[in-house]
Design a protein around this ligand. Structure first.
Ligand SMILES: Nc1ncnc2c1ncn2[C@@H]1O[C@H](COP(=O)(O)OP(=O)(O)O)[C@@H](O)[C@H]1O
Ligand SMILES: [Mg+2]
Length: 418
């Protein structure tokens, strides 16, 4: 069959690599792409929010499966549009994508379904927000309601900061969610849904800050690993029963059928596991550590979700752990360097138990791979334990990529596992 993948990050490179392994995949096309995806798929330039452009392309290419990588096309209704044209598309409808697209929507659904989450208020007026902030006091969490590309959450440790945060967020967003501040370790849990229910996948943990020790600015993600030791079978069962299933039931009550990825951001608080947020697609960098561990046919799983044929099959995962280190521009997330050759890529890729997924890369006119933006690639190591993988991967990164002054990476990804 012919598969069209949408996007151009390391997440999509990992998806392309896994889709290619399926015996069902005859032909892979990527709308977007990068120097790595180019080796696996025919690439065409396309913005992932250009729904009309994507639809026109599909009309010509007649894909048997469309796989959107990022959230924006899902929230904008790409699945509704392509499904209506007869092209099977993986992921939720626009109504289902509200799980990611509106934090307020999810909080109301949690309240209606008794799903454990931080206490909250939804507000659309700055004065009302400030009055509530004064009443609740710091620390306090303020969130923009719509998609904000990781820039819509402000955690304030003083009342003054919180009052400023109200103005800052209200300048660009019509609605806020004010949340109780929770503490505890965070992890992510993934499930795959069709119209009949959800099957559990596995766990991961990501690292958002730019520098070691979780210092510096927030980024799209500087690394991740899977599985997380704290995600025991017992915890996973609890998350399915108390969070994932009641979410689907709540959506059903509103007439919404959810199909696709349920990516739950969780916090292990003293009162038990609580939902922080949902995403409705694979994470980046989480996807880069999930795909190498998946021991099932990704195309079959995606078609199962689209055609309501998951039949409670539980996808199998390797016992091995995977650890991904994002290699970024040295100025990321504040800017990026000029394009320059990325030296040592082939040598790094040929190391045992090591994979490279490209992000902001391209081949220049001479066929040389150069950096083109903030997150340049994810290097993934596989092995028995997270500390073992980190111990093996970091020296390889220094040895092969150390010669590229435009690049940097964190050295402590996975520190939660020792
Ligand atoms: N209620 C809360 N209490 C404490 N920390 C929170 C709370 N909500 C969010 N956070 C922190 O802020 C981060 C971002 O919030 P999240 O809801 O995941 O938004 P997004 O990923 O869309 O930026 C979380 O990963 C968590 O570290
Ligand atoms: Mg988050």
């Amino acid at each position: 069959m012919r598969i069209v993948l949408i996007g151009g990050g390391a997440r999509e490179h990992a998806l392309a690599w896994k889709l290619r392994q399926s015996s069902l995949c005859d032909d892979l096309i990527c709308l977007g792409g990068n120097a790595g995806i180019e080796q696996l798929a025919e690439c065409h330039p396309m913005r992932s929010d250009d729904l009309d452009g994507i639809a026109r392309f599909c009309q010509q290419a007649k894909p048997d499966l469309v796989v959107p990588g990022p959230e924006l096309p899902l929230v904008l209704g790409l699945v509704d549009k392509l499904s209506a044209m007869g092209f099977p598309t993986f992921g939720p409808s626009a109504a289902g994508a509200m799980l990611e697209g509106s934090k307020g929507f999810v909080k109301d659904l949690c309240a209606a379904q008794g799903i454990p989450t931080a206490g909250f208020h939804r507000v659309n007026d700055a004065d009302e927000a400030k009055a509530l902030v004064k009443k609740i006091g710091a620390p306090i969490v303020l969130k923009a309601d719509g998609l904000a590309a990781g820039k819509g959450v402000i955690i304030s440790h003083s009342l003054d900061e919180a009052l400023d945060a109200v103005d800052e967020l209200m300048a660009n967003h019509a609605e806020l969610v004010i949340e109780e501040f929770m503490t505890g370790p965070e992890l992510s849990f993934f499930a795959l849904a069709d119209a009949k229910g959800a099957v559990p996948l596995t766990s991961a943990r990501d690292y958002k800050r730019a520098f070691d020790g979780d210092q510096g600015l927030n980024t799209g993600g500087m690394g991740a690993y899977s599985p997380v030791a704290q995600a025991t079978a017992r915890l996973e069962g609890e998350v399915m029963d108390r969070i994932i299933e009641p979410t689907l039931a709540g959506l059903r009550k509103q007439g919404v059928t959810f199909r696709g990825m349920m990516f739950a951001g969780l916090m292990l608080t003293e009162q038990g596991v609580k939902l922080i947020e949902y995403n409705v697609r694979f994470g980046d960098p989480e996807c880069q550590v999930l795909m190498p561990r998946l021991q099932d046919d990704l195309v079959e799983l995606m078609l199962g979700s689209i055609h309501d044929q998951l039949h409670h099959r539980t996808p199998k995962w390797s016992d091995q752990a995977a650890l991904g280190v994002v290699v970024s521009d040295r100025h990321y997330p504040s800017g990026s360097s000029d394009s320059a050759e990325i030296r040592g890529l082939a040598e790094l890729a040929s190391e045992a138990d090591t994979m490279i997924f490209h992000a902001a890369t391209k081949r220049n006119a001479d066929g040389v791979v150069v950096n083109t933006g903030g997150r340049v690639l994810t290097a993934v190591g596989l092995g028995r334990t997270v500390p073992e993988i980190r111990g093996a991967l970091l020296p390889k990164l220094t040895q092969h990529l150390g010669d590229n002054p435009q690049l940097r990476w964190r050295g402590d990804i996975g520190y939660h596992e020792g």
